[in-house]
Design a protein around this ligand. Structure first.
Ligand code: PRT
Ligand code: ZN
Length: 286
């Protein structure tokens, strides 16, 4: 029987959220700690725990069929793989920063200067595109201390909260790109024997991803309010409606997009909705 191989980061910033995402997708596998790989009990899937830097090559060469890694590594390495999904975690940006007290105000001020980074190709490409010549020093860790050590005038590093920059007295001046965790596939795996298995796994992943954007909302209102509610909530096409004991009172259940939830709730309150209960959604499979 065919088994798909998926490489994920063994120990790092993406590990916990990746494992959480896989478990939310209904995949059952044992404790991964101290192991090189886990076997799924309920899906023909083997999960390999590796360094994130190795994932592009493993997937491109077909050592594994799938990989979960930061989009930043794809931008940097440009491996010949197919991106299947954005996974909506591991958000960060590749940011150009300079010492807080320096006179560098914008990117033009960095002309001819040295930039320390773990992402030399991405950084060089960015500066080439905007026509500003710079020099690059490749550093594999603690990039943020390079200006203090006199190694470079500026840095380009991944940031998420921005606190590492602030702690090191650095000031962001530009963003090269945004990144998040992505699912990538070997090009042959998605057309060969494993195609259907991979498609089934992707359906599970998409189910979790769509659920992430939605909340299940239960509202107590009157039957007369339905036409007005429809105008406020475009999602309310075929809501589930339960009559309540009190004449004219009903319960409506529907899905609402999380990003517009609070705006809609404010309007719902004005429209005569008495009570609103918001519940998380685990999966939506369509
Ligand atoms: O050992 P291995 O090679 O597997 O791991 P690694 O040390 O190379 O990578 P790791 O675990 O640091 O990061 C894995 C992936 O997480 C990255 O490739 C990104 O896709 C993603 N990610 C998300 C981040 C961050 N956020 C992040 N903030 N990767 C690194 N950082 C670092 C950044 O380099 C800086 O040192 O966090 C610091 C800045 O964070 P803030 O919150 O202070 O801004
Ligand atoms: Zn790494």
């Amino acid at each position: 029987m065919e088994v798909i191989k998926l490489a994920i980061q063994k120990e790092g910033r993406l590990t916990d959220e990746t494992l959480d995402f896989l478990r939310k997708s209904g995949l059952e596998f044992g404790n991964y700690k101290q192991k090189l790989f886990s076997i799924c009990h309920n899906f023909p899937l083997e999960i390999l725990y590796v360094r994130d830097d190795d994932i592009p090559d493993y997937v491109a060469s077909g050592t594994v069929d799938l990989g979960i890694l930061g989009q930043n590594l794809l931008y940097e390495e440009r491996p010949k793989v197919k991106k299947l999904l954005n996974l909506r975690f591991g958000f960060c940006s590749l940011t150009v920063a300079v010492p807080k007290e320096s006179n560098y105000k914008n990117l033009e001020d960095l002309k001819g200067k040295t930039i320390a980074t773990t992402y030399p190709k991405s950084t060089l490409k960015f500066f080439k595109k905007i026509g500003i010549p710079i020099k690059i020093v490749r550093i594999s860790g603690s990039v943020e201390i390079a200006p203090t050590l006199g190694i470079s005038e500026s840095i380009a590093d991944l940031t998420s909260t921005g606190s590492t920059l602030a702690l090191n007295e650095l000031r962001p001046i530009a963003k090269i790109y945004d990144s998040e965790a992505v699912l990538i596939a070997n090009k042959k795996s998605i057309t060969g024997n494993k195609k259907t298995l991979i498609e089934n796994l992707v359906i599970r992943f998409k189910g979790v991803l769509s659920a992430k954007n939605y909340k299940y909302v239960i509202m107590e209102t009157t039957d007369k309010a339905i036409p007005r509610l429809r105008k406020i909530t475009p999602e309310l096409k075929s809501p589930i409606i339960f009559p309540l004991e009190k004449a004219g009172r009903i319960l409506i259940q529907t899905l609402l997009k999380e990003d517009s939830l609070w705006k809609i709730i404010e309007k719902l309150k004005e429209t005569g909705v008495f009570k609103i209960i918001v519940l998380p959604v685990e999966k939506i499979v369509t």
